[in-house]
Design a protein around this ligand. Structure first.
Ligand code: IMP
Length: 433
């Protein structure tokens, strides 16, 4: 039996959803361990698209259990809407197939208000957050004034916490940002009625996972966002407020590191980023537009146009180190079809010197010049390939260079959006000997 963690090695939107969906067939439990409804994955249910932000896509598979770990910040309104939306499409969602950690922190209306007010006040220096209140909620968690899912079961605790938080938040909102104050009663009433709906889903997620492991079940830990949005290791402050790296599955789900056996690092065949911050291989030309259009690079959560650029393996190499990546999964390879020459960034130059590692200073990072290796592209349609041998030689060369430069074997290659359009080289749930 083995457990697998799936994480993004870039700035999110690597196409984790498809790989998670694929691996879910070998898993019994699918667990989210960080982030919140800043993430988004598109699910196709009976030919219709649904975007889920909190519920793992495993919910579409009968007999699979989906768990939202304590490391996730949960907007209860969004969770309820997702449950309702899936039910309307005929998917059964109940406490048998969905659990929410009692320890998960809740996003409150004042978190969203502060997120918006702060971004507006920053003007051109804004982070470009998703505006979902993610950062302010994690701040309260660290500041020990957060409201946890368990508090929904204790009306007096909930009331006390909302009152004392509102006193502080309203002072901040009205005095500092000149924004509107929020009223206690509508918030309390809304959270009380949502408590009734969510009560059956609340569990000790860590214990549930432990029991499942003891029973010989396999777990898939689903990371959200990407490594370079990590609060510690990303391009701070242009990051999210959690740790989207593999090790965060431990505190975020309540498991020990011995329970994580294989880390799949998802690498999109090129690089994208939403929101602000340095992007060394960004393409501000026709090639960037070509990739953006062909790859339909718009955010699933905010609909924003994603910035596009060449594959940056100097950056991915850092991700391999931060995550302990066992194998790489290459996604959206088909998007590169038709480009005459492809570039892979293999290093950075700063003031005429080749760097050994990426600079931590954003000023320096912003001045880095990418060092590229050029490879010939391919024109053939690769979207129906089922085996590596069915790919053109140029495509195989591109993949081989990724493996050589990173020193990590490839496990899954995606050549199109649907499940069938996948080449599996190694099943991450089957440990290699
Ligand atoms: P926040 O997570 O909403 O606070 O946003 C912080 C930064 O992370 C912004 O640049 C967002 O665009 C980015 N971000 C957050 N979630 C995602 C995601 O799922 N994909 C890509 N970028 C994200």
């Amino acid at each position: 039996m083995s457990n697998v963690v799936v994480i993004g090695t870039q700035w999110g939107d690597e196409g984790k959803g498809k790989v998670v969906d694929l691996l879910t067939s070998s898993a019994d439990l699918v667990v989210r361990f960080q982030g919140g409804n800043n993430a988004g994955h598109t699910l196709v249910v009976n030919g219709e698209q649904t975007i889920c932000h909190l519920i793992p896509s495993g919910i579409l598979h009968a007999e699979k259990k989906c768990l939202i770990g304590n490391g996730v910040v949960v907007d209860p309104q969004v969770l309820i809407e997702e449950i309702d939306g899936l039910r309307e499409k005929g998917i059964s969602v109940n406490h048998e197939n969905l659990s929410l950690s009692e320890k998960a922190h809740l996003i409150m209306p004042y978190h969203r208000a502060i997120d918006d007010a702060r971004e507006a006040a920053k003007g051109k220096d804004k982070i470009g957050t998703t505006g979902r209140g993610i950062g302010p909620c994690y701040e309260d968690k660290a500041g020990r004034s957060g409201i946890r899912a368990i508090d929904l079961l204790e009306p007096d605790t909930l009331e006390k916490k909302i009152r004392s938080n509102l006193e502080e938040k309203n002072f901040y909102l009205t005095r500092f940002f000149k924004a509107d104050a929020l009223e206690f009663q509508p918030i309390y009433d809304a959270y009380q009625s949502m408590a009734e709906i969510l009560k059956p889903y609340l569990t000790d997620v860590s214990l549930e996972i432990d029991v499942a492991i003891d029973a010989g079940k396999q777990i898939l830990f689903e990371g959200a966002q990407g490594t370079h949005l990590d609060i510690d290791h990303g391009t701070y402050p242009f990051v999210t407020s959690s740790n989207p790296i593999a090790g965060a599955a431990c505190p975020g789900a309540g498991v020990g590191p011995d329970k994580l056996h294989h880390v799949v690092g998802i690498v999109k065949a090129y690089t994208t980023r939403v929101g602000a911050g340095p992007f060394t291989t960004e393409l501000l030309d026709d090639t960037g537009d070509y990739i953006q259009k062909k790859g339909a690079e718009f955010g699933a959560t905010t609909g924003r146009r994603r910035r596009c650029g060449w594959l940056d393996l100097f950056m991915v190499r850092d991700s391999i180190r931060f995550n302990g990546v066992t194998s790489l999964s290459i996604t959206k390879l088909d998007v590169l079809t038709g480009l005459e020459t492809l570039k892979i960034c293999v290093g950075y130059d700063l003031d005429g010197k080749r760097l050994d590692s990426r600079p931590v200073s954003l000023k320096d990072l912003g001045r880095c010049v990418p060092l590229y290796e050029e490879l010939p592209g391919w024109r053939e349609d690769i979207s129906t390939a089922k085996e590596i041998d069915q790919l053109p030689q140029e495509t195989r060369n591109y993949l081989t260079r990724i493996e050589e430069i990173t020193g990590v074997p490839l496990s899954i290659i995606s050549v199109g959006p649907i499940r069938d359009q996948t080449i599996i080289l190694q099943d991450p749930f089957t440990p290699s000997v």
